[in-house]
Design a protein around this ligand. Structure first.
Ligand SMILES: [Fe+2]
Ligand SMILES: [Fe+2]
Length: 297
């Protein structure tokens, strides 16, 4: 196969990274539209969500036991082996999105707002966070489509919340590498989740297609974030990032037992370590952003 793209762990010069920050900043403004800072929202993303909501879909067969979801979505109380795959999938989605939500709400208050964002990197980070809030809204909507209208976004326990609050205050040269690995983990998880929809929602074509469309909205952003966060780190640190993929994914998912039951975590790790853009469907490639040094020729 002819490769069009290089590994995301490829080296880049300082000059290339500077150019790519400028290029990403151009991209992200067109991609998300106007930033509504008070609402942590973006005009184009908001319109997309409204489009989805204006054309509702629902399950042909409602969830047999929504209480199984509500009992286990904050914390797994039952033996996960006793739960059906649909419930496990929905609790896993919530838990993944919840971690994202906790991380971004802490970061939103810690980083400069757009008025006080004086560097291109600060501006990029502000819009990036607004995009992440849009993802949480999409996940919330996905759960509602499955009949789960009582979902609450609950903070983690106070100790973990405090830890998340400290992250954005740690200097960039330390935090940028794990932040890149986190984005990479998101993309890997979403590709695996996309495939799981085919399996778990085989008899629910309307909901399956809608959840896929919503997840693709998120994945387009996340693929762009992977490149953007790659651009924050040096060629040396990107090798450290590669070594962090395995421990990082393992640690993160150790907290979500249903993930181990539904997904091939080993394959996720391998996909993370081997990440380039060659396997990504064209419709995502067309709308996302890729650093120039990850393109061949
Ligand atoms: Fe996200
Ligand atoms: Fe992201």
């Amino acid at each position: 196969m002819n490769s069009k793209y290089r590994s995301v762990f490829s080296a880049a010069t300082d000059q290339q990274r500077q150019e790519n920050f400028e290029n990403y900043w151009e991209f992200t403004q067109h991609h998300g539209g106007e930033l509504f800072e008070d609402d942590k929202d973006l005009s184009i993303k908001r319109a997309r969500l409204q489009e989805f909501m204006a054309n509702p879909v629902q399950l042909r067969t409602p969830l047999a036991n929504p209480n199984a979801f509500y009992r286990n979505y904050i914390e797994m109380k039952d033996d996960p082996k006793s739960l059906d795959r649909m419930t496990l999938m929905l609790t896993a989605m919530y838990k993944f999105a919840r971690h994202e939500w906790v991380g971004i709400k802490a970061a939103w208050d810690a980083i400069p707002n757009m008025k006080n964002a004086h560097t291109i990197e600060d501006k990029i980070s502000r819009v990036h966070l607004a995009e992440e809030f849009c993802h949480v809204r999409l996940f919330d909507q996905m759960l509602k489509i499955c009949g789960l209208s009582q979902v609450e976004w609950v903070p983690l326990n106070p100790v973990v919340e405090k830890i998340y609050e400290q992250f954005p205050k740690i200097p960039g040269f330390i935090m940028n590498t794990p932040a890149f690995v986190t984005e990479l983990m998101g993309v890997t998880f979403y590709f695996h989740l996309h495939r799981l929809f085919d399996d778990v929602l085989a008899n629910e074509p309307e909901v399956r297609n809608r959840l896929k469309a919503m997840l693709e909205e998120i994945t387009i952003d996340e693929v762009a974030h992977v490149g953007q966060r790659r651009n924050f780190i040096s060629s040396f640190d990107v090798q450290i990032a590669k070594a962090l993929v395995r421990p990082f994914y393992t640690l993160f998912f150790s907290d979500i037992p249903e993930v181990w039951q539904l997904f091939d975590v080993e394959q996720m790790i391998k996909d993370g370590e081997a990440f380039d853009y060659n396997q990504i469907p064209d419709r995502i490639i067309e709308e996302t952003w890729i650093p120039s040094y990850c393109r061949v020729g």
